[in-house]
Design a protein around this ligand. Structure first.
Ligand code: ADP
Length: 432
């Protein structure tokens, strides 16, 4: 820009000097004529290069850019450099895209790139096989026209892609697919699809194995437990010197029976993806039941109170929900020292129904909270065992709540107490 301005300045100065010399040596009219001729030539030259520029812009081929003269030489040179940089960037970009497609094609998982309108922009060969797509034909087609599985369509519309979904393949019912959508860029989506048939088989085998072992162990344990109990009850059958051993045997068999019951419950819930039939649960009745059970378990050692919204009922599987909610209550009692307080509530919160149990017991350190629902995860094994825990309670609670589209929220502070809340979605609420 600086150059252009200087150029114009020097040209103007030169023309003025020539005019002044002409004026001095000839006449003012001649000087004016020379000035007009100079300006005209200047204008014509600019118009010429403007025309050249316009012609080139219609067909901007890099090596056909005009050379220009004077100011225009600089302009065309800058334009040439800019254009070169642009085409270099474009080459780099398309080679990066090519490399990305190459790499994505080599992935064993299916990858589909969807635009804002959920239309297919690109997919790799495994996605073509797993989802039955054909990129040549299906490019720019909405994915839900081609993958018509109801669960997938629902997943796509729901817009909560934090968890993947599992579907039985509509092309081959033997195959189970895991599909996850990931948002990127400006509302574009990446669909990742994986064949998890083998993993599912192993998982089913593991579940069946645990269920079978638990089932097989139940009968002998019941027999052993029964005999120990009978012997303890029979006068003179157990000498006083060995009675403490028998008591320990009885405690351990009871613990093992509880463990087996919990394992069976867990594998039953896991192997039946669908919850039992929903009914309308009268929550005031259930709250009373939970309060009575809590008092019985506490045996007057805690101050237990309950508060519930009488207008609020719940839709769900009664037996399962009772088991999950009573688990939260019994945990509060087991992990709150004598004299502590436990408060149970059932109320609306932001369009959701919340069942919560607050205690001022031992509390839990932050680092453990996310892991509490893992099987056999216990903060303090000794205390859990002392209070008859199996380490499976919260795992069962989480499964049951998930089957009811509900979430378990845990807030706690060490030495302060904990609040465990089951948060139910609007669709499960009945307001009387
Ligand atoms: P457990 O049978 O050991 O109680 P759970 O799955 O019910 O197993 O609970 C897992 C762990 O979470 C417990 O071992 C305990 O450390 C912790 N926990 C559960 N509820 C509470 C509570 N209300 N207060 C303190 N810790 C708790």
């Amino acid at each position: 820009m600086q150059d252009i301005r200087w150029n114009a300045f020097w040209l103007g100065l030169t023309l003025t000097i020539i005019c002044l010399i002409t004026w001095a040596s000839s006449s003012a009219t001649t000087a004016l004529l020379v000035f007009s001729a100079g300006v005209l030539i200047y204008l014509i030259s600019h118009l010429f290069w403007l025309h050249q520029l316009n012609r080139w812009l219609k067909k901007p081929v890099l090596n056909q850019i005009p050379n220009g003269a004077g100011v225009w030489e600089d302009i065309f040179a800058s334009l040439y450099q800019e254009h070169r940089r642009h085409s270099r960037n474009q080459t780099q970009l398309s080679s990066a895209l090519g490399r990305f497609r190459h790499a994505a094609s080599a992935l064993p998982d299916g990858v589909v790139v969807l635009n804002v309108a959920n239309e297919i922009e690109w997919c790799n060969p495994p996605a073509e096989v797993q989802l039955g797509l054909d990129l040549k034909q299906d490019e720019n087609q909405p994915i839900n026209y081609l993958v018509r599985h109801a669960d997938f369509v629902h997943y796509l519309q729901e817009q909560d892609y934090s968890e993947p979904i599992k579907l039985r393949s509509w092309r081959n019912p033997e195959v189970t697919l895991e599909i996850q959508l990931i948002l990127f860029g400006t509302k574009q989506k990446l669909l990742i699809c994986r064949d998890v048939t083998q993993l599912e088989k192993i998982e089913t085998m593991r579940r069946d194995f645990i269920a079978n072992v638990s089932h097989e162990l139940r009968t002998p344990l019941t027999v052993v437990g029964g005999f120990i109990e009978t012997l303890l009850d029979m006068e003179g059958a157990v000498p006083e010197s060995t009675r403490s051993y028998f008591n320990m045997m009885q405690d351990q068999t009871t613990r093992m029976r509880r463990l087996i019951e919990d394992l069976l419950t867990l594998s039953h819930i896991e192997s039946n993806a669908q919850a039992p039939e929903d009914t309308e649960i009268e929550m005031s009745g259930l709250m009373n039941m939970l309060l009575n059970d809590a008092n019985a378990l506490s045996q007057g050692k805690h101050k237990i109170s309950a508060e519930s919204d009488q207008q609020l009922d719940l839709i769900g599987a009664m037996e399962e929900l009772q088991s999950a909610l009573s688990n939260l209550v019994s945990n509060a009692i087991r992990y709150t020292p004598n004299g502590g307080e436990i408060h149970i509530t059932w109320a609306m919160r932001n369009n959701q129904a919340v069942f919560s149990v607050r205690d001022n017991g031992i509390g839990i350190e932050q680092q453990h909270i996310d892991r509490l629902t893992e099987r056999f995860y216990r903060v303090d094994r000794g205390r859990s065992r002392e209070t008859g825990g199996t380490g499976l309670g919260l795992s069962i609670v989480k499964h049951i709540l998930t089957r009811h589209q509900a979430k378990l929220e845990i807030t706690s502070g060490l030495g302060v107490g904990s609040t465990f809340s089951a948060v139910f979605p609007k669709a499960r609420i009945v307001q009387k």
